[in-house]
Ligand binder design. Structure first.
Ligand code: V47
Length: 391
């Protein structure tokens, strides 16, 4: 892909000029700059600016991984308005996976060559913290080579409550059981005007940030998300990004930012239309430009659709997530993407977008495989892209 320097980018909207100048000088964008990016009609200019930053950081590389999801229970004490996955205790959809099922899923994932198991579930009314620790332990016993990326900050905060423990001690127990990193879920929108309306009962913004701060201090890396396209406004989104950027200045522990497009079906906000393709690409680009201290931006294809995820690789994203398999949260909410995409297909989509596909592990180390990347093979971690990372 041809690389354009900042000053070679053609901008149709003059209000983007000061932002181009700042980006060219390596200066940080302000809250007001964020609002200009939110409002500009020049989508292609915005995308080109984000693409220039993306290429400055990652050249032509586009990362993906081979992973599987595990949602050990869908029973949840909270009733977030956007969630179509949760179930009440006595709901006929309610389930709790058995130890044998968890082990089998982990073994299957390992046999398919997955390097990561992404675990996220509900906050069950009756299960003790020790059960969630056991889930991690069962996975590691069944598939020792797999990296366990597990439990959002909201779950960690819940464990601290039910276990009457400090967040730090919760994380230490999970690390002892084999936890490798934290996923970015549960962030939604930090601004209280929105958070209180869509998920007021669960972990507050301060708690979400505290969990990640503590995880980073203990040597864990984590991701961060933002759920957009519902009742929030531009100011709330930029505020969200700036809160993440401030924590990243403090700790440096976030690896990836993932803008999550709201899927309304079967949720309590069913009347809201899905975000448009333009909004999806705008969020990707704004994430890349505002979060100047977060290394990676992920176009999560399950949410975006494969076609938009592919285009997002030219709008600031350098990562497309993984083969996924067994995804429930968005498929319950009406995602019409497949449950699984082969590594071969992911590589093809990346190449067709003019990028170089690079298989990574959870910590962004290059994975080398014997033979074709989509065949089962031993993963060998390359040099870490982020220092001080934990397996
Ligand atoms: O926190 C729930 C979102 C998140 C809906 O860290 C919904 O690599 C849209 O965070 N429509 C959990 N979004 C998933 C998550 C994630 C996904 C992929 C990769 C990573 C990572 C993290 O899903 C929740 C919430 O924000 N969500 N329901 C819905 N109806």
């Amino acid at each position: 892909m041809g690389r354009l320097a900042m000053n070679e980018i053609r901008l149709c909207d003059p209000s983007l000029e000061p932002i181009r100048r700042k980006l060219g000088a390596g200066e940080r964008l302000s809250f007001e700059d964020g609002l200009v990016l939110e409002r500009t009609p020049d989508l292609l200019g915005l995308g080109a600016l984000a693409n220039a930053v993306r290429e400055r950081l990652h050249g032509n590389a586009a990362y993906y991984n081979i992973n599987t999801h595990l949602n050990p229970t869908n029973v949840c004490v909270y009733r977030c308005d956007f969630c179509a996955f949760r179930a009440d205790l006595n709901d006929e959809r309610a389930y709790v996976m058995t130890e044998a099922q968890v082990r089998e899923r982990a073994q299957q994932a390992q046999a398919r060559g997955a390097t990561e198991l992404h675990i996220v579930g509900g906050l069950h009314h009756k299960l003790p913290f020790s059960w969630y620790v056991d889930v991690v332990r069962w996975v590691k016993q069944a598939a020792p080579a797999i990296h366990v990326k597990a439990y959002t900050a909201v779950e960690i905060e819940w464990f601290a409550k039910i276990g009457r423990m400090a967040i730090e001690d919760v994380l230490k127990r999970l690390i002892d059981a084999g936890l490798g990193s934290l996923p970015g879920g549960g962030a939604e929108i930090f601004h209280p005007e929105v958070r209180e309306r869509i998920c007021g009962a669960k972990a507050s913004t301060e708690k979400w940030l505290e969990v990640h701060r503590t995880a980073h201090r203990l040597g864990l890396h984590s991701n961060a998300t933002m759920l957009y396209g519902h009742i929030e406004r531009a100011e709330h989104r930029i505020d969200h990004l700036l809160r993440l950027r401030a924590l990243q200045d403090e700790t440096g522990g976030f690896q990836t930012f993932i803008p999550l497009a709201f899927h309304p079906d079967n949720s309590r906000m069913e009347e809201i239309p899905k975000p448009s393709g333009v909004m999806d690409l705008r969020m990707m680009a704004i994430g890349r430009l505002m979060l100047d201290n977060v290394p990676h931006i992920k176009a999560y294809w399950v949410m975006l659709g494969l076609k938009t995820a592919q285009v997002a690789l030219a709008f600031g994203a350098d990562d497309i997530d993984g083969t996924v398999v067994h995804e429930k949260i968005y498929h319950e909410a009406g995602a019409d993407t497949p449950q699984e995409v082969s590594a071969e297909e992911i590589r093809r989509l990346i190449e067709e977008a003019g990028r170089e596909p690079i298989e990574r592990d959870t910590l962004y180390r290059r994975v080398e495989r014997e033979g074709a990347a989509w065949q089962i093979g031993a993963a060998v971690g390359g040099p870490p892209l982020l220092a001080g990372s934990r397996r």
